[in-house]
Design a protein around this ligand. Structure first.
Ligand code: PMP
Length: 306
């Protein structure tokens, strides 16, 4: 998302479709000043002449939960939000894979952190390719840490939290790495700047627990399910030490944008043999089939838009 100018024909804004150029926000919006907002990131895959949206309902449920946590009253039901996504995807008549960005934030009105200005809601959809290198990324442990659970609500996908990820990602890039890995406040591995993290050790899949300082990723959940249900692997949720990451057999990120991205190096230590690992490549292949609706068992996760 960092490169290139994004554009499409229509945006869904506060209940109706508007032309891209007219999807505007006032500069007094509280969301801009204080980061009071929530958002989602969803992918749609172009396949068989339609867009297949992956786990739409789960994403919109998380959107509403994030909003509730930060007192943001979204004036739409879950069904209305799902329909808004479908409407904007249809209107744009995409013929490629896409990314969908629902966002809600406090608009203009009063000033100050106490004010509860009216909430604005938008759904933006646009053509989208790969986010991180699918051939594998080199990572840096960030000097920026995830805050403890009593500092910012780590469970919620809130706009304000993404300043931290911006700092971490820019720091990593400035040092010549592809992506950052953030530790939690106690020094255990938490997640990437927009991804959850997994390691493979002696055939077991290990990922930080949901009670840790991570976003409960929908891709994380997908991978945990397919690793146990299809590959018959043992999946363990527990804290991961930085040293375990350096010495893992395999490591990879999961995320809607990142999909499954192999991690081939961390802090100049090569992971495994520096190539995409066996389990990682199996999961990458299965994931691409599932998101395009090629595995019937997981068909419930797909919303087709024609
Ligand atoms: N962690 C962070 C910080 C993220 O921004 C994301 C992307 N939403 C994820 C993890 C992965 O979540 P998901 O698989 O639901 O996209």
């Amino acid at each position: 998302m960092s490169k290139g100018v994004i554009q499409a024909n229509y945006v869904w804004l506060n209940g109706k479709l508007v032309e891209w150029e007219n999807a505007k926000v006032h500069v007094l919006a509280q969301g801009i000043h204080y980061g009071i907002g929530v958002f989602e990131g969803i992918r749609g895959y172009y396949d068989n002449d339609c867009i297949k949206i992956f786990r739409l309902e789960d994403h919109m449920k998380r959107f509403l939960k994030s909003a509730k946590i930060i007192h943001l009253e979204i004036p739409y039901t879950l069904d209305a939000l799902i329909n808004a996504v479908i409407e904007v995807v249809k209107a744009n008549n995409f013929k490629t894979d896409i990314y969908i960005r629902p966002v809600a934030f406090r608009g203009p009105g009063s000033i100050g952190v106490r004010a509860k200005n009216p909430v604005e809601v938008a759904v933006i959809a646009f053509e989208f390719g790969k986010y991180l290198k699918p051939t594998g990324v080199k990572c840096k442990i960030s000097s920026w840490r995830k805050p403890p659970a009593d500092s910012l609500p780590v469970y919620a996908k809130i706009a304000a939290m993404y300043l931290l990820y911006h700092l971490a990602a820019v720091e990593a890039n400035n040092c010549g790495f592809d992506e950052a890995i953030l530790l939690d406040s106690e020094g255990y591995v938490a997640e990437g700047s927009g991804e959850n993290i997994f390691i493979v050790k002696d055939g077991v899949l290990i990922t930080p627990p949901t009670y840790g300082a991570i976003l409960e990723g929908i891709t994380r959940d997908t991978i945990m399910k397919i690793a146990t249900e299809i590959l018959g692997m043992k999946v363990v949720e527990r804290r991961i030490k930085r040293e375990e990451l350096y010495t893992a057999d395999e490591a990879f990120f999961t995320g809607t944008a990142a999909e499954i991205t192999p991690i081939v190096e961390v802090d100049n230590r090569i992971i495994g043999d520096g190539q995409i690992g066996k389990v990682t490549s199996q999961l990458m292949e299965l994931y691409q089939k599932i998101v395009r609706g090629k595995i019937e068992k997981y068909g419930r996760w797909i919303t087709e838009v024609k």
